[in-house]
Design a protein around this ligand. Structure first.
Ligand code: TRP
Length: 332
């Protein structure tokens, strides 16, 4: 039996190059060695967008299109929609007994989010409990490997605590502990050089961007403000064009020599940007074309089939969990 790998994305926007290096490429590889589940976390997204569900709804198939376009294969990966798995909120009901408000308050990711969202004294319960729901996402599928960024480590720690507590308390081994699988590629910086690439900061290049937009974004990238003349010596560190070449250009020796020339002086930003534009156009064009050829009907079918399979696995775990607690009244 192959180990189960599970990840998820909140469907709040199209995926971009940051997702490609941070998670999508590794999913394309992992699907060959593991039993991989990828969840469209629409319920989790609604903890932010409950007042504007259309934003979440509209992005579900967009994200699935991005998955298929980059090579996530629905024959190898189970793609499913969180809101259609009733076992997840049911498991959450039992897990909520096994953690405390103060434990959830200590989660640094949640703490940051609470500070950013200006909730004041009225943090919604749904938002506050999403990490518990995430424990259900993980355990429903007995996932052992969770490919995520560092901000998700506290969620996995919580999951393992609840798993150990559940198994000990109800004298069972039906739940499995999981491990984070941190991708070794660092986060991709945004084109402004200020922060990681993100939709909300409007500093990302999307997999669905047209060739014209890609070019505009590349030519607007932050480089070295001190490098005003071609003959000036330039900084490589913090230079977004080099960060993207490092992430997407295969010719590593050429990158080294370009860096050297840039630092020495005599290499202009325009030459580098033209090269990067070329590299990114070649990378994104086939993805965009594949994306555009996908019909809504086909994408829905993928979700339907994946969700059906995911439901059967999650129901089975829920059955074991209820049996371990002893609330399986009608089994005889
Ligand atoms: N919290 C994750 C994010 O914001 C998405 C997510 C939901 C997830 N459930 C998950 C990731 C389960 C891994 C496993 O990116």
């Amino acid at each position: 039996m192959k180990k189960v790998v599970l990840t998820g994305d909140r469907p709040t926007g199209n995926l971009h190059l940051g997702h490609l290096v941070g998670s999508l490429q590794s999913r394309v590889e992992l699907q060959h060695c593991y039993d991989q589940y990828v969840m469209i976390a629409d319920v989790q997204a609604l903890t932010d967008y409950f007042g504007n569900p259309q934003k979440v709804i509209d992005n579900v198939l967009e994200v699935v299109a991005d998955y298929i376009a980059v090579g996530i294969d629905p024959q190898l990966t189970t793609i499913f929609i969180q809101s259609q798995i009733p076992a997840i909120p049911e498991l959450t009901a039992y897990y909520m007994n096994l953690t405390s408000i103060s434990r959830l308050e200590r989660n640094p990711t949640v703490k940051n989010e609470i500070a950013q969202k200006n909730f004041g004294e009225s943090v919604p319960v749904g938002f506050f409990c999403y990490p518990v729901s995430q424990v259900s996402d993980i355990t429903a599928f007995k996932a052992e490997l969770i490919p995520v960024g560092e901000d998700q480590l506290p969620m996995i720690e919580l999951s393992n605590e609840i798993v150990r507590r559940f198994n000990r308390l109800y004298n069972t081994d039906c739940l499995k502990e999981s491990k984070a699988y941190l991708s070794n590629v660092g986060r991709l910086v945004g084109i402004d050089g200020k922060a990681k690439a993100s939709k909300s900061l409007n500093n990302a290049i999307f997999l669905s961007d047209s060739s014209k937009i890609i070019k505009e974004k590349v030519y607007s990238m932050f480089t070295d403000p001190g490098h005003t003349k071609v003959s000036d010596s330039g900084k490589v560190e913090g230079n977004v064009v080099f960060a993207y070449l490092d992430a997407f250009y295969e010719e590593k020796d050429e990158i080294s020599s370009l860096k050297e020339r840039y630092q020495r002086g005599g290499l202009g930003d325009m030459v580098l940007k033209a090269l990067l534009n070329d590299v990114l156009q070649k990378k994104i064009q086939p993805i965009r074309e594949k994306r555009e050829a996908l019909s809504k009907k086909y994408l829905l079918e993928i979700c339907f089939e994946g969700t059906k399979k995911a439901n059967s696995v999650a129901q089975n775990t829920l059955f074991e969990v209820k049996k371990a607690i002893g609330i399986n009244y009608f089994d005889i």
